[in-house]
Design a protein around this ligand. Structure first.
Ligand code: ADP
Ligand code: ZN
Ligand code: ZN
Length: 727
């Protein structure tokens, strides 16, 4: 009889012991009884008999699902680190790491698929006979080296080429279980044309090559367009050649077909892609092929950090400052921090790249914990964008745009260039109010003004997404004079149409470009110069290049200057810098104007005159002086309830527990920045300590007491380690 420790997917911070007639390998899935239910858990270890106190009450494992572990040792160690560091339920951690189909108990082994194989005739055919059909030739050449999934071949060479080969009797398709081949990409690996790296790139590539085969973290701090991606490409070349895999994490919105095709073109290999819009079975397939060591390059968003790698060679986190790497609910992990852990466990290098590194990473680089690589110039001779502050005080404002800015826009438009106008809010206006009594139309569930959407002629709450019809009268005084306040993208779009009649414009926000294809089509049309005026939100700041844009106008930076969140200035600086990086290329230098009522604000001045790098270093010294992260560690306990007293009271209780037993600094309870959402009042307790160890120790010690508080079952509460925002 063996005693098996199992992580069962329930929200309890513990594992459970079961019996089985023989020991099981850690990492295999099992079906276990849990109360009246049967759940799928993962074996984490086999316990020795004397470590189990009472063996009489133990239940037996019902079924063993896998012959081989679905989670290897490294990932299991990572899981352990995750549940300890984030103080989360082990079973939920392991579930979060597995593809959805495996959570549901499906087989981890590949299932039958359409496979394209060369026929005997194909083997005897000279490739030269296909020289007038280069796609067929390339496809056949590939098949001569190895069979291929039919879907892959169609993606790489086009469906017509595959069909032609089949029609000619040179290849055939049949359905069977594919045999994934370790290092399969090596037979295809080719090196496309590459530019000669400039001095800074060459230094970075050489430094990265030196750290191959060992753990090391490097920050590649390179201004936008400085050729960071080119550094990634050249740095991973020897890794791929040595039969090692590379896992690249990119922000949610940065995973474009262009990104993927850049890697595919350079190396002529298939890239495994993982993102949230993939079907569960497609996801499982990439997971299987990565685990089998068949895919050389895997590119994915946040949760791709859990992809198993048989032949790990390097990890890359592109745009490492991006907020989408932090999961904001459930298991609140940060994929970048996890990447550091993973690289360490696997003994491989990790490369973090950004034009606007997070303060956490920059601090690690400046203090020497990370290797600091810098690219200070744009590649290919492109000029960087000149930034200016536009003083909007005492100027007439038209649809949110200051008079002075209109003149500048006109110059750029007259010169035949594109102008990008950034607005931080979608919709027509962020509020609707009564002109007679001043009453604002509020979402009752969130106590926030509704945003006016003229497109749908409805009001929408941007906190809970609920909508309602446009009222015709004020609910308080019945006046029919309702007016909008503030400016959103829809209004700017409408305004620009009347200010610049005849100039073709396009709006890009999550309302106008729903669906992945719509965004890509719009971006392509912009680069074909089908539009001259681009109006949009955050989406415009992420990764896309607009070579014909010579002016970027940011309409409202004042909100972020006076935010209660100490990270607001970091986020504003990142946004502004990323936006300015979208404009201008070698032949067309760009400029950027930040419209503000606070033209002398030191932050703006520093950013505009000295750039992000300088701003960030200065801001870091301020954070240090103020005793803020990354110089101290924090966690937040959030609580929400329909009765605000319960949420507040629970956190008061938590505070009592900490004050009784810990040395950390406790602030709050405060209302969260979003005080109410979906009918629930939200509060937080912020706990800080200059050292991470004692902070975590006190939380670990306190958790059982927090769970036992009378209100613990009456409110929704969660622990957020290293919080990145207080909303
Ligand atoms: P980033 O990732 O920093 O935004 P990219 O790698 O995309 O920068 O490079 C920006 C542009 O400059 C791309 O078109 C790229 O092909 C080009 N480029 C990069 N490095 C060089 C180089 N050494 N010589 C010429 N062009 C380069
Ligand atoms: Zn009124
Ligand atoms: Zn709401």
């Amino acid at each position: 009889m063996a005693f098996i420790q199992v992580a069962v997917p329930v929200p309890l911070r513990q594992q459970f012991t079961y019996t089985h007639h023989k020991p099981l390998e850690a990492g295999v899935r099992v079906v276990v009884p849990f109360g009246p239910r049967k759940l799928i858990g993962v074996v984490t270890e086999v316990l020795s008999q004397h470590s189990v106190e009472d063996t009489t009450k133990l239940k037996a494992i019902i079924e063993v699902i896998d012959d081989e572990p679905v989670i290897d040792k490294v990932l299991l160690n990572m899981a352990q680190w995750l549940w300890q560091y984030y103080h989360h339920a082990p079973g939920e951690v392991i579930h979060a790491m597995l593809p959805v189909l495996l959570r549901k108990g499906e087989s981890a082994l590949p299932s039958a698929q359409d496979i394209l194989t060369v026929t005997e005739r194909g083997k005897k055919t000279s490739l030269e006979t296909l020289s007038r059909a280069p796609k067929q030739k390339a496809c056949l050449a590939g098949l001569l080296a190895a069979e291929s999934l039919a879907t892959t071949a169609r993606k790489q060479h086009g469906a017509p080429a595959v069909k032609a080969l089949i029609d000619k009797g040179l290849a055939y398709v049949d359905s069977r279980v594919p045999s994934f081949v370790e290092g399969a990409w090596l037979t295809q690996l080719a090196l496309g044309d590459k530019p000669i790296p400039d001095t800074e790139q060459a230094v970075a590539i050489a430094a990265l090559n030196r750290s191959n085969n060992q753990f090391a973290v490097s920050l590649l701090e390179g201004v936008t367009g400085s050729g960071k991606t080119e550094v990634y490409l050249q740095a991973i070349e020897p890794i791929l050649q040595h039969g090692k895999q590379v896992l690249i994490l990119v922000p949610e919105i940065g995973l474009t077909p262009q990104t993927v095709s850049r890697f595919e073109k350079r190396f002529a290999v298939e890239v495994g892609v993982l993102h949230s819009q993939l079907s569960d079975s497609a996801r499982l397939q990439v997971w299987q092929r990565a685990k089998a060591g068949e895919l050389g390059i895997i590119i994915g968003t946040r949760s791709a950090i859990f992809t198993p790698l048989k032949l790990p060679g390097m990890l890359i986190v592109d745009e490492e400052h991006d907020e989408s790497f932090k999961q904001q609910d459930g298991l609140r992990y940060h994929a970048r921090d996890l990447a550091v852990m993973r690289a360490k466990q696997q003994g491989i290098p990790l490369l973090l790249g950004s034009a606007t590194p997070s303060f956490e990473t920059l601090n690690n680089a400046l203090s020497g914990r990370y290797t600091h690589l810098q690219l200070t110039r744009r590649a290919g001779g492109a000029k960087s964008t000149h930034q200016h502050v536009l003083d909007a005080r005492d100027q007439p404002i038209h649809y949110g745009i200051a008079q002075g800015l209109l003149g500048i826009m006109r110059q750029h438009l007259n010169a035949g260039n594109q102008v990008l106008v950034f607005v931080n809010r979608r919709g027509y206006a962020p509020a609707l109010l009564c002109h007679h009594c001043g009453e604002t139309v509020m979402c009752k569930r969130c106590d926030r003004p509704y945003t006016v959407h003229k497109g749908h002629n409805r009001l929408q709450c941007h906190h809970c997404a609920s909508t309602r019809s446009m009222p015709s009268n004020c609910a308080a005084c019945h006046s029919s004079e309702l007016v909008t306040a503030g400016t959103g993208t829809e209004q700017v779009e409408q305004g620009l149409a009347s200010l610049f009649p005849g100039v073709k414009q396009v709006r890009i926000d999550s309302d106008s470009v729903r669906g992945k294809d719509k965004l890509h089509d719009t971006l392509a049309a912009i680069n074909r110069q089908e539009y001259q005026l681009l109006v949009g939100t955050q989406i415009l700041s992420k990764g896309h290049h607009f070579p014909h844009v010579t002016l970027v106008a940011v309409l409202d930076v004042d909100g972020a200057l006076f935010s209660a969140d100490f990270r607001a200035s970091e986020k504003l600086a990142q946004l502004v810098t990323q936006l300015s990086g979208r404009a201008g290329r070698a032949t067309k230098p760009g400029e950027m104007w930040l419209q503000t009522h606070n033209p002398h604000h030191p932050l703006l001045q520093d950013l505009v005159n000295n750039g992000y790098g300088h701003f960030a270093r200065l801001a870091l010294t301020e954070r240090k002086a103020a005793g803020l992260p990354p110089f101290i560690s924090q966690f937040v306990i959030r609580a929400e309830a329909t009765d605000s007293q319960l949420a507040y009271g629970f956190l008061q209780g938590c505070k009592g527990v900490f004050i009784d037993q810990a040395s950390c600094q406790i602030n709050g309870p405060f209302p969260c920045l979003i005080e109410k959402r979906q009918g629930r009042f939200r509060f937080m307790l912020v706990c800080s300590h200059s050292k991470r160890g004692p902070l975590h120790a006190s939380l670990r010690h306190a958790l059982p007491f927090l769970q036992a508080l009378p209100l613990a079952t009456k409110v929704r509460w969660s622990v957020d380690i290293d919080p990145t925002d207080f909303s």
